[in-house]
Design a protein around this ligand. Structure first.
Ligand code: PGA
Length: 237
């Protein structure tokens, strides 16, 4: 069986008590007794909860990795509100970049996203790069060679914005189109790359994606917020 990657993207949800409740549920459900040898589970909470989660995961030896939802393209310095790679690297192994919500609401450009990928790779944090559509990837490839040069260090996610459940509409992409688009990403990069699918992934449909040739897992928003649903999703993947 190919290795599976399940990434929870909590976006701007949860409070401290809710974070503890979620983590407790993972302990109670004996997450550490699940056979996760062939699965990487990466949770990306809001910034403020990362240290709390790091301590809890370490204390309880939970088989969870931590990621950050975005990263500054700048290093240390006078950049109000920014978290840099050195700071993130003290707590996390992964970072989501180029999410369509960052591009839409925070006006991130192609150049910003590529600079983030570069600084992450240089600092040994794995970028989880969201690609909204193939055109988007074409723009990235025209602008810089980093995605090709560093392809083996990057987790690519095919995530069409129309499939994201944020607006209340749950319209996951069809597995066939998701698989085809994921395959196209490898084709355009010029080698087989690790690609996941994102957009309305849940415990009921995860298997229909991860069993396909070109998809190795899912980036999960809404369905990762509820600990029970997320556990079920991990088991079904
Ligand atoms: P969703 O979000 O699973 O709630 O659709 C996925 C994402 O935006 O990463």
């Amino acid at each position: 069986m190919k290795k599976r990657f399940i990434i929870a993207n909590w976006k701007s949800y949860k409070t401290v008590p809710e974070v503890h409740e979620w983590l407790r549920a993972m302990v109670d459900a004996e997450l550490k007794n699940l056979n996760l040898e062939e699965k990487d589970i990466i949770v990306c909470p809001p910034y403020l909860y990362i240290p709390i989660m790091r301590a809890f995961i370490d204390d309880h030896v939970l088989p969870l990795k931590l990621g950050i939802q975005d990263i500054s393209q700048f290093g240390e310095g006078s950049y109000t509100g920014a978290i840099n790679v050195k700071q993130a690297g003290e707590f996390v192994s992964h970072a989501i970049v180029g999410h369509s919500e960052r591009r839409k609401y925070f006006y991130e450009t192609d150049a910003d996203v590529l600079a983030k990928v570069k600084t992450l790779v240089e600092n040994h944090i794995t970028p989880i790069l969201c690609i909204s559509d193939i055109k988007q990837l074409e723009f990235y490839l025209k602008e810089d060679t980093v995605l090709v040069d560093q392809a083996s260090e990057i987790i690519f996610v095919y995530e069409p914005p129309s499939a994201i459940s944020g607006g209340g509409a749950f319209h996951a992409e069809t597995p066939e189109i998701a698989n085809e688009s994921a395959g196209k990403i490898s084709e355009m990069i010029g080698k087989q790359v690790l690609t996941l699918y994102g957009g309305s992934v849940n415990q009921d449909n995860i298997a229909s994606f991860v069993t396909l040739e070109n998809i190795a897992g899912g980036l999960v928003g809404q369905a990762s917020l509820d600990a029970q649903k997320f556990m079920q999703l991990i088991q079904n993947s």
